[in-house]
Design a binder for this molecule. Structure first.
Ligand code: GTP
Ligand code: MG
Length: 362
């Protein structure tokens, strides 16, 4: 399953540029605001050095990395919720994503207009978050109207729903994102169903020019620390252009090194996003494939197995677990088995990042 991300930000912040840098999908990028009208969906394979190492032991098999899906929408402007600009109507497009990538303009360029006439990171963030809050308010109020009707007929579940919606609405009206509230497990199914935008984890993407970090990106970092969000600095234009100009990953890496970048934006973003979402990666070598999977951290073996096939949960017998480092040191699964270094794990086993697992079902 892909982890999914939605890009938001002011017009000309560089959302489509970042989208292209991540997915190499060639979305249209222009110096005028509202260049993006229809939402774009793009998928990127996640580069994974551990998967490469594992694959090197089984070169005859196909390598299947995990993927991320990114949605690029129109820019948001102040008042979008009252019909200004284009963005608000497309916010619903990102209702299904797991996390928000909030692109903040941190580059100076007189040829690229700023919709508010000046560079101000904190104001820009407030404006965009204000629009997400406004969209949530709209969604929640509509939902509340419906459940209030049912509640009046004495429907107990609807009454509970109204109480929760009132709590959410109260926060949103005060400008507080829903992710800042805490919930009981009882509330979670409804929350998941409504999927408010401000309940999603946020990763700020400071889009800087070719020179890299600057005062503006530092302000983004401070904002992120204060609100418990993630953040990452990306030289969006540079990375998008390199992605387009380079024929292969090796060439791209060489260019990135020249600019003093050890890793691509995609690699860094995925690492930060996986941390924010608290997901881990495990590996399987089955049939013709060497494959990476992402699951929430803390998952027991049968539930992790269900990511592959529900039989591995419903008819779980055991999981044979190898550490990648042991496997690489032994040189083959056979040698590892001979050395007695394959762990036979039961249904209580918590899958660890980097495990190589054979699931065995009845
Ligand atoms: N100088 C400079 N220009 C950039 C950078 N990133 C993006 N741009 C330029 O800024 C302009 C807007 O970029 P887009 O990626 O289209 O911005 P957007 O946020 O998708 O804009 P809308 O779709 O209009 O909401 C384009 O001309 C980009 O080439 C950067 O790091 N430095
Ligand atoms: Mg765009």
């Amino acid at each position: 399953m892909s982890r999914t991300f939605g890009l938001v930000g002011l017009p000309n912040a560089g959302k489509s540029t970042i989208f292209n840098a991540l997915t190499l999908a060639g979305a249209r990028v222009e110096a005028y605001p509202f260049c993006t009208i229809e939402p774009h969906h793009g998928v990127a394979s996640v580069p994974d050095a551990r998967l490469d190492q594992l694959h090197a032991l089984f070169p005859e098999k196909r390598k299947v990395p995990t993927t991320i899906e990114v949605v690029d929408i129109a820019g948001l402007v102040e008042g979008a919720s009252q019909g200004e600009g284009l963005g608000n109507q497309f916010l619903a497009e990102i209702r299904g994503v797991e996390a928000i990538l909030h692109v903040v303009r941190c580059f100076e360029d007189p040829d690229v207009a700023h919709p508010m006439g000046s560079l101000d990171v904190r104001r820009d963030i407030r404006v965009v978050e204000g629009e997400l809050l406004a969209k949530d308010r709209e969604t929640l109020e509509r939902r509340r109207e419906r459940s209030a009707k049912a509640a009046r007929t004495g429907d107990k579940a609807a009454q509970e729903e109204v109480a929760l919606l009132d709590r959410l609405l109260e926060a949103v009206k005060r400008g507080k994102p829903i992710r800042a509230l805490s919930f009981s497990s009882h509330d979670l199914p409804l929350l998941r169903e409504i999927s408010p935008l401000t309940a999603k984890p946020v990763l700020y993407v400071a889009n800087v020019g070719d020179a890299g970090e600057n005062e503006l990106s530092q302000a983004v970092e401070e904002e992120a620390r204060e609100s418990g969000a993630g953040w990452i600095v990306i030289r969006g234009k540079l990375e998008a252009e390199l992605g387009e100009a380079c024929a292969n990953e090796g060439e791209r890496t060489a260019f990135l090194h020249e600019y003093g970048l050890a890793e691509s934006a995609l690699v860094r973003l995925v690492r930060e996003a996986y941390r924010l979402l608290a997901v881990i990666t495990f590996y399987t070598v089955e049939g013709p494939e060497v494959r990476a999977w992402t699951v929430p951290a803390g998952m027991r073996a049968p539930d992790a197995g269900a990511a592959i096939h529900t039989d591995f949960r419903d008819r779980f017998v055991l999981a044979e677990v190898m550490h990648l480092a042991d496997l690489l040191a032994a040189g083959s699964e056979h040698a590892l088995r001979e050395g007695g270094k394959i762990r036979r794990a039961g249904r209580e086993y918590t899958v660890q990042d980097g495990d190589v697992i054979h699931f065995i079902s009845a």
